[in-house]
Design a protein around this ligand. Structure first.
Ligand code: 13P
Ligand code: SF4
Length: 342
């Protein structure tokens, strides 16, 4: 890793910030209370300077707060797109603004680059629902059944899996295993949704996303009936919500749906920062915003990104044998391709 000395000063207010970042300021004022914007500008300005000095690239998930997504990210996208960007980019230093499993996936696909995460404690209820030992026990109970793991898992769990999948390609990956029975983990709701779209028998785990499981079918119905909005839901939601949705898709699938359909009014039944982030890209669409924030995604803040870049701290380190096996599972998914099914 490069040395930690830096000439960039700690963030401070100066009047010229408003003009220096006029375009960004206008963008942020559309998606957050305008009084908050000046609080973010010194951090954004200092982080941009640090990025230049370090030659670092900031990757941010679609669920990151708008000041991160619009203010400091060089590349944005879903978890797989970020991992692939980490592998393909020119920078040797990557700051991944997202949760821990996403930073691990980036490191697995870009083993020679330094990957930092601004807060190591940014976890995920799905990833923490299962351990490598649980996967070995499932294999012992279902001999011969291949294991497909959602990317929302730790590197150790990926290393015990035959292939990974995202919510965008889960059906294809399951079917590509060429087996009558597949162990699918850890998301029970995504698993149920996939099971409804394939003849392959799925053995499911009991993991859930603590954010998406909170949505109810009544909420989805009310949003459509009361506000006339088209309802798009992430397949981590429960079956009742998915049955109510007009379209079910991954974060990238929902974005592509919006590009195609350009609805007048939409409700995204998913982490609510996504609506703030997409609203800028689809100005003609009115977004009915849910209020479910992922507490893990919210752990990533501008001050933590600044500290992480300044001190080059929180590097992702994965044991080489674990990384090699996890990479094989991710590469098997990539070989299936990202032809979207949801
Ligand atoms: P994506 O794989 O679509 O980025 O979603 C990750 C996630 O955490 C959804 O809750
Ligand atoms: Fe995990 Fe759910 Fe947060 Fe996504 S939204 S990172 S699945 S807890």
């Amino acid at each position: 890793m490069p040395g930690t000395d830096t000439a960039v000063a700690a963030p401070q207010w100066r009047d010229t910030l408003l003009d220096d970042h006029a375009e960004l300021r206008a963008t942020l004022e559309r998606v957050m209370p305008c009084l908050e914007v000046p609080l973010h500008l010194p951090w954004i300005d200092a982080i941009r300077a640090l990025k230049r000095e370090r030659g670092a690239l900031v990757l941010a998930h679609t669920y990151q707060s708008p000041e991160i997504f619009h203010g400091v990210a060089d590349i944005t996208g879903d978890s797989l797109a970020l991992a692939q960007a980490a592998a393909d980019c020119d920078s040797d230093l990557i700051v991944l603004c997202g949760v821990h499993f996403m930073a691990e996936s980036a490191k697995i696909l870009a083993p020679h680059r330094t990957v930092l995460i601004p807060d190591r404690e940014a976890g995920c209820s799905l990833a923490s629902s299962i351990t490598a030992a649980d996967v070995r026990a499932l294999r012992a109970r279902h001999p011969g059944a291949p294991v497909v793991s959602y990317v929302n898992t730790s590197a150790e769990v990926k290393a015990e899996s035959d292939a990974c999948c995202t919510s965008a390609n889960a059906v294809q990956v399951v079917e590509s295993m060429g087996a009558d029975k597949v162990i699918f983990l850890p998301d029970n709701y995504l698993g149920q949704w996939v099971a409804g779209r394939t003849r392959v028998e799925l053995v499911l785990w009991h993991g859930t996303c603590e954010v998406h499981e909170q949505f109810t079918a009544q909420q989805a119905r009310h949003t459509r009936e009361r506000f006339g909005a088209v309802v798009l839901a992430h397949p981590e939601c429960g079956p009742g919500v998915l049955a109510e949705a007009d379209f079910v898709g991954s974060t990238s699938g929902m974005t592509r749906w919006l590009e195609r359909e350009r609805p007048a009014r939409v409700a995204l039944v998913t982490e609510c920062s996504m609506a703030d982030n997409l609203r800028v890209r689809f100005p003609e669409t009115e977004f009915i915003k849910p209020c479910n924030l992922c507490p893990h995604m919210q752990k990533i803040t501008l001050p933590k990104i600044f500290d992480c870049l300044r001190d080059l701290e929180n590097e992702i380190v994965i044991a080489p044998d674990v990384a090699a096996r996890a990479r094989a599972a991710l590469e098997r998914m990539l070989a299936v391709g990202r032809r979207e099914t949801v």
